[in-house]
Design a protein around this ligand. Structure first.
Ligand SMILES: [Zn+2]
Length: 325
């Protein structure tokens, strides 16, 4: 049986081990080691990638009998001593997402009375299926808010194998899938769940947690979320889209023409006048319409002649002049 080094320390990035078997897994070359820090796909978390000696590890899987197989692109000999090195950026992101799933499952249960049935943490989408149908937006917002507050609290995360007495005293969020050697992961005193995966050391390492979508699924609710670097990337992308729309419609979030939800507001005479003032910032004193940097039509160049007019409280750009050189 392969010693699972990630159980002792999920932050092991490199290690040395001996090849104990050469085999195949679904027609791909695979090897078995006496010890490994590569995490095999399980519990919704993808298997690790990296290098073993001169070979590239394309994936790590676990067979039905519990053997960890490393799928490799080059042959290795039984008895060879190899140096293993994880694709750490990928593993770190997977650890953060997996731990964020623990935390969000806990807050969905606490604030939305929605127990987790299953979770999937793929390369492009992170989802949690909860057994409650039709969750109000206020409950989802409360669950997301609590998760982020617990991230801010920088709670310690601990994984260990409790004895039977201690295990009985713990209030686990879900029942374990195995009956022996049950490993428990605790997020502070907030969440206790059985899990053999890899986890961040503290909640502050999870970064922002965002629920990005929900949909009904087989009588349950499928919650799509993002965490850490992925959440930041999605927020950045959405912000870029919002900035583009604000430029296009001359109306940024918070401008007088939008309500708190960002919807266009019905305007009275005073607000129409304010809208004119807001839009008029794009004109200089001589009435020259100045395109902003990044405007596709002028690529940031200034226009030499007036290109727009204000009409009925709305800006009507008009581009008849040649571009200024
Ligand atoms: Zn876990």
């Amino acid at each position: 049986m392969t010693k699972r080094l990630y159980h002792d320390d999920a932050y092991t990035k490199q290690f040395d081990a001996t090849v104990v078997a050469v085999t195949t897994y679904k027609d791909q070359a695979a090897i078995v080691l006496d010890a490994t820090a590569f995490y095999p796909e399980a519990g919704g978390q993808l298997g690790d990638r990296g290098r073993l000696g001169a070979a590239t590890v394309l994936d790590t899987q676990e067979t039905d009998d519990g053997t960890i197989v490393h799928l490799v692109d080059a042959p290795l000999e039984v008895g060879a001593r190899v140096h293993g090195e994880l694709d750490w950026a990928r593993r770190r992101q997977h650890m953060a997402q997996h731990t964020a799933q623990h935390l969000l499952s806990g807050t969905l249960l606490d604030r939305a009375q929605a127990p987790t049935a299953s979770a999937r943490l793929g390369e492009t989408a992170l989802t949690i299926d909860v057994t409650r149908d039709r969750i109000p937006d206020t409950d989802l917002a409360a669950a997301e808010d609590l998760a982020n507050n617990l991230v801010d609290d920088d709670l310690p995360i601990r994984a260990w194998f409790p004895d039977a007495g201690e295990l009985a005293s713990l209030k686990l969020r879900r029942d374990p899938k195995v009956t022996a050697d049950i490993r428990v992961v605790a997020i502070g005193d907030f969440d206790f769940s059985p899990c053999g995966g890899t986890h961040a050391a503290r909640t502050s390492q999870l970064g922002t947690i965002r629920i990005t979508n929900t949909e009904r699924y087989k009588g349950m609710t499928r919650v799509t979320f993002a965490a850490g670097r992925r959440a930041r990337a999605e927020l950045f992308t959405r912000d870029q889209v919002l900035r583009g729309l604000a430029t296009r419609f001359s109306c940024a979030p918070g401008c007088p023409g939008l309500d708190r939800q960002g919807r266009a507001r019905r305007r009275g005479p005073r607000e129409r006048a304010r809208g004119v003032a807001h839009a008029a910032r794009r004109f200089d004193r001589a009435g020259v319409y100045r395109y902003r940097r990044g405007d596709r039509r002028t690529a940031g160049r200034r226009c030499a002649r007036p290109r727009g007019r204000i009409e009925g409280g709305r800006v009507r750009p008009r581009c008849t002049a040649r571009r200024a050189r």
